[in-house]
Design a protein around this ligand. Sequence first.
Ligand code: KIV
Ligand code: NA
Length: 275
Amino acid sequence: MKQTTDFWKMKQSGNKIVMVTAYDFPSAKHAEQAEADMILVGDSLGMVVLGYDSTIPVTMDDMVHHSKAVRRGAGNTFIVVDLPFMSYHLSIKDTLLNGARVMQETGANAVKVEGADEVIDHIRALTKAGIPVVAHLGLTPQSVGVLGGYKVQGKSADEAKKLINDAKKCEEAGAFAIVLECVPKQLAEQISKDLTIPTIGIGAGAAVDGQVLVYHDIITYGVDRVPKFVKQYTNVNEQITAGLSSYVSEVRRKEFPEDKHTFTMKEEELQALYG
Ligand code: KIV
Ligand code: NA
């Protein structure tokens, strides 16, 4: 399994870091089989798996429950777990307890937190306590209400300057990597050059040290419309719907099950049963 220092080396040698989300046993197995470098148990699970319309309702219990399943499916892949809404803001003690819970109960390798400002001290405390932290700047979905929607961040010079400074603060506080979501490619490139730690982009262009996408978006599973920054590599919705519809109609047409799907008693046992 890779370690935090391996990701620094990948940045130095120009090898892209590939991260994919996973939320359960099968998706984790798929991610490991595909040889992703890192799995993110994202709080996007609230939307793509649990059907909420944002990540705000996701709880620590949700994250722990799903992360355990992901670890069972991917025993040999570095796993990052999102700390959910309001689980790393109340106090440093609260943050450390939540971070410790993720590490001890799920077997994950790191946590991810959104934002800078007041969160910086929490990144520092987690790191000092031995919990590797991935920072997350740009579009931070847990703040969607404050940001006023899911929009590209850092388009103006002022916003970009703050993002560059925030990224440096995250690195200085001990984050070992940083996710940049929905920012202009020029800004992501600048941040990637300014930092020693790797940047992992989503909607941040190609001049970053790695990429992350949501599992369900990559394979078009349960989602319909996807953001501009997603590439849909396959469409399993179509395959799933076709398979399930065939099952439904074959049962109704009495075509399933066939003999080959069926167990049979021996003739002599039937004799014994009915005489
Ligand atoms: O929750 C998530 O899936 C994420 C990624 C989009 C970075 O935070
Ligand atoms: Na997230």
